[in-house]
Structures are given as structure tokens and as C-alpha cells.
Design a protein around this ligand. Sequence first.
Ligand SMILES: Nc1nc2c(ncn2[C@@H]2O[C@H](COP(=O)(O)OP(=O)(O)OP(=O)(O)O)[C@@H](O)[C@H]2O)c(=O)[nH]1
Ligand SMILES: [Zn+2]
Length: 192
Amino acid sequence: MNNFNEEKAREGARLLLEAVGRDPGERSLSDTWMRRVPAMLETLTEGRRPEEKPTMRTFETETDSLVVKTGIPLYSLCEHHLLPFHGVAHVAYRPEESMVGLSKLARYVRWRSRRLTTQEALTNDIATGLADEIDAACVAVEITATHMCEAMRGVEMSTATTTRETVGELSTTDREQFRESIHRADAANDHF
Ligand SMILES: Nc1nc2c(ncn2[C@@H]2O[C@H](COP(=O)(O)OP(=O)(O)OP(=O)(O)O)[C@@H](O)[C@H]2O)c(=O)[nH]1
Ligand SMILES: [Zn+2]
């Protein structure tokens, strides 16, 4: 079910322009509220629409050891101020009967992130969602992000927030391996 209402998005964008003292009738602004903002909002909220979910194709598993994907770029929208938060997600899972295509982990993170949410809820959504999608003994997700609502207004500081969620039992070795992979990814890429 498509829960995006283009007409309301258009009307809302037009009212916001009026609220900040701009004239929606200005030539340079007509496409902004009539076309660009509604299209942008439709894309950036697709994570609430199941029909937009990437196909999570699986293969017969060749391993039961932990698969770790680090450094997935993450862009989402904070539901408090409608401003972006962005950073990096790291995902790990232990396959049981089947394993998933590696790109699907990143695709899934991108799809899930496209919604108005909080970082905590998003971390939980990705971990529980992936656990439902793939046949995994356990899933772990870590997100480190910076919030524009903190950087551009309010406290006016750009800081990093880290959230973690696990589904199923991770052994101490699994946790160490996940941690070490994240460490290596962070050292290789200066995300902030
Ligand atoms: N827990 C959590 N808080 C968030 C997230 N994104 C933004 N926030 C915080 O949500 C809070 C909203 O606080 P309020 O006091 O209702 O709003 P505010 O007066 O605009 O807050 P300030 O940002 O402190 O100016 C702020 O502290 C934000 O930093 C998030 O993903 N998770
Ligand atoms: Zn905010």
C-alpha cells in the first residue's frame, strides 16, 4: 500500500514557503513545492512502504561463521525536527540454513533508513527486520551518526551518537570479531 500523499506534500511545501515569508508564486520556486519537494519526500520515506523493500535473495549457505559488513553509508530523517541524520552502519549475522547476497545487507539498510525515525528505533528496525528476512542465528547492528538537528540548530554541536542492537545470542568471540571489524573499518575510513 502506498501511504504517500503527493497532494498533501505539495500543499505542505507550499505552506512552508509561505511560513518563511517566500512567495510560492515566484518563478524560481514553483517547481520546488509542486514537484521537487514532493518527489524528495516520496523517496526519503520509502522505508515505510513494504513494496519498496529490496528483494532479499538467499543462497544455500557455505559457512556458519559470522559475516560482517562494515561501512554502510546511512542517511535518515529525524522525526523530531525533520532534519537528516547521517553516518555509517555496520551489520553482522551468522547464517543458519542460507546466506544472503552481500549487497542486500546494504540495500536493506538504505531502504529501512528512508523514513522519519529516531536513531534508536532505526537500529532496532534494521536488526529485527534483517533477522526476519534472512535465516540467521543472530544479527548485530551498530550505527554511528551525526544529527543535523544538533549541528545546525539547538545545541549547535556536531557530535557522534552510537547505537547498537542484537537479535539472538552472540558469543563473546562473535562480539569481539564484530568489534574488531568495526575498528578496522573506522581506521580505514575517517567517517566524521
Ligand atoms: N534519543 C534521540 N533523540 C534525538 C534523536 N534525534 C534528535 N534527538 C533529540 O530529540 C530531542 C528533542 O528535544 P525537545 O526538547 O523536544 O526539542 P528541542 O527543544 O528542539 O531540543 P534541542 O534540540 O535540545 O533544542 C533533542 O534533544 C534532540 O537532540 C534521536 O535519533 N534519538
Ligand atoms: Zn531532531
